[in-house]
Design a protein around this ligand. Sequence first.
Ligand SMILES: N=c1c2ncn([C@@H]3O[C@H](COP(=O)(O)OP(=O)(O)OP(=O)(O)O)[C@@H](O)[C@H]3O)c2ncn1[C@@H]1O[C@H](COP(=O)(O)O)[C@@H](O)[C@H]1O
Length: 106
Amino acid sequence: MREALEQLEATIARRRSADPETSYVARLLGKGRPKIAQKVGEEAVEIVIAAISGDKKGVVMEGADLLFHLGVLLAEMGLSFDDIGAELERRDGISGIAEKAARSKG
Ligand SMILES: N=c1c2ncn([C@@H]3O[C@H](COP(=O)(O)OP(=O)(O)OP(=O)(O)O)[C@@H](O)[C@H]3O)c2ncn1[C@@H]1O[C@H](COP(=O)(O)O)[C@@H](O)[C@H]1O
């Protein structure tokens, strides 16, 4: 999975300066952050719909769409999947329930 995300990130970086006539990445980046963020939201809704209808193949397909569009959003913002990975690693071992309880105390 890590390799796939690294490859996707490299592809997005390579395609960002491509011709928008032939590159979806370049075209989407040209539309700007609000449109990219909107696409992330649309793909998130599509994975929800697939999940609720028990469509495993759909969840995989929509999950790939979601990660792809998230990758484009991260690139546009000068971020990478490594930034998300670092946050996930920071959270590793911290119970979600304990973390939420600590929030209300602080
Ligand atoms: N992983 C993907 C990927 N997943 C989804 N998509 C595209 O995302 C688009 C989403 O479809 P929608 O119908 O939701 O979007 P739309 O109709 O274009 O958008 P709106 O009408 O909502 O504005 C489709 O055009 C898909 O083909 C992707 N396009 C590219 N990639 C990767 O990016 C690489 C470079 O792509 P290009 O930049 O197009 O060469 C590819 O080789 C892939 O590795």
